[in-house]
Design a protein around this ligand. Structure first.
Ligand code: THG
Length: 366
């Protein structure tokens, strides 16, 4: 494949030097930045993530900051999840929808205080939608992208490594909560979160000066834990049912179609711009939904959607797929019509290498 030319539009991160020194082998583009996808191989990285601890440059998880008296009101306009019970120090996974109930993004929201929020976005230009709403509704709020770059520490040894660098108190941070922890005299948000099911943290690094010092400190502190540079892993995230905006869903889909109905409380999410549209679909229920799909045989790279068939007729499409070393099978996420979404339904997936048998599963693999 050809190279990607560098330019100012393809921003570097505070950790780029570390990522390059670690021998990154492949990137994807995410929020106009480079997101590593492979260090050793997708399979090696997968085994290492599930057994040890990795440091991930996830600076591509850009923050949309809301600041001002109307910040909480604007945040609720964006999502059908009821935010009234959310307290400062909590993270919420929040579907973000437009006025038709279509998914614009699926970020993690952090409530820093009543009038200050960070929206840690997936791969779409959410900033413009949020600025447009703030301006159009004449809200008393500043909407910006601050210079914040998350660094994730993921894997079963993540807690031990983090305790060495940030102190024992970091062990007390609960899932989807955050605290402020000191590193070299600067206070940083440290959350128990991350795009894997192996456990871990995300450190929100402000500015770039602390980037490489933090990277190097974590690497040195974890040398005996076999810490490595890593990245979100395709196989592991499919096994865990973590969705990827732009791959598994986009504006055409409602949260309910994405299986994110559990994060919607549309009835009480007063002010959400997609509320009326979603009240309708919540009542009827979706007619297609993302499901875990087990695939028999070797799955090729999934760079476009593959038709899912039942008796030769299309009943859905595969949105993500990979081969799972641990489960010895192909694992995938597919959007399947309600007529064929029951667990154990036998299907066929039309891959570029030919058809493969597939079956709808009740649950994701982990
Ligand atoms: N962390 C942060 N920002 C992010 C991501 C992240 N932005 C981009 C992307 N990831 C957004 N998408 C997701 C998808 C899934 C989860 C988080 C962000 C996730 N889901 C858990 C699950 O489904 O099991 C937990 C959800 C819950 O129980 O609330 O973690 O990873 N900062």
């Amino acid at each position: 494949m050809a190279m990607i030319s560098q330019s100012r539009r393809l921003r570097r991160t505070p950790f780029s030097d570390g990522v390059e020194a670690a021998g990154v082998k492949a990137y994807t583009i995410y929020n106009h930045m480079l997101l590593p996808t492979v260090f050793e191989s997708v399979e090696d990285d997968y085994h290492h993530l599930k057994n040890h601890v990795q440091i991930w440059d996830v600076s591509v998880e850009r923050q949309v900051e809301l600041r001002g008296p109307d910040a909480a009101r604007l945040m609720q306009m964006l999502t059908p999840r009821d935010l009234r019970g959310m307290t400062a120090g909590q993270c919420y996974y929040v579907p973000i929808v437009d006025e038709t109930g279509g998914m614009l993004n699926d970020p993690v929201a952090l409530k820093l205080s009543e009038d200050r929020w960070w929206i840690s976005i997936a791969d779409s230009d959410l900033l413009f939608w949020v600025k447009g709403l703030a301006y159009g509704y004449r809200l008393d709020v500043l909407v910006d992208e601050p210079d914040v770059s998350p660094l994730a520490v993921q894997g079963p040894q993540a807690e031990d490594l983090m305790a060495r660098v940030f102190g024992e108190a970091v062990r007390n941070v609960k899932f989807f909560r955050f605290g402020w922890f000191d590193f070299q005299g600067q206070s940083l948000v440290v959350a128990r979160s991350g795009y894997s099911k192996q456990g871990g943290y995300e450190i929100y690094v402000e500015g770039s000066a602390l980037g490489m010092p933090l990277w190097n400190t974590l690497m040195e502190a974890g040398a005996d834990l076999d810490v490595r540079a890593g990245c979100p892993n395709l196989i592991e995230r499919i096994e865990g049912g973590l969705l990827s905006y732009g791959n598994d869903m986009n504006r055409e889909n409602t949260p309910h179609e994405c299986g994110l109905g559990r994060f919607c409380s549309t009835q009480t999410a007063i002010g959400c711009v997609g509320r009326d549209a979603l009240l309708r679909v919540a009542k009827e229920g979706p007619t297609q939904q993302l499901r875990p799909i087990e695939i028999a045989g070797k799955v090729p790279a999934c760079d476009r959607v593959w038709p899912i068939l039942a008796n030769g007729k299309q009943v859905g499409r595969m949105t993500s797929a990979a081969n799972s070393p641990d489960f010895g099978t192909g694992v995938g996420i597919g959007m399947v019509k309600m007529t064929h979404w029951d667990p154990e339904t036998v299907l066929q997936v039309q891959t570029p290498d030919g058809p493969l048998d597939a079956i709808v599963r009740e649950n994701f693999w982990i």
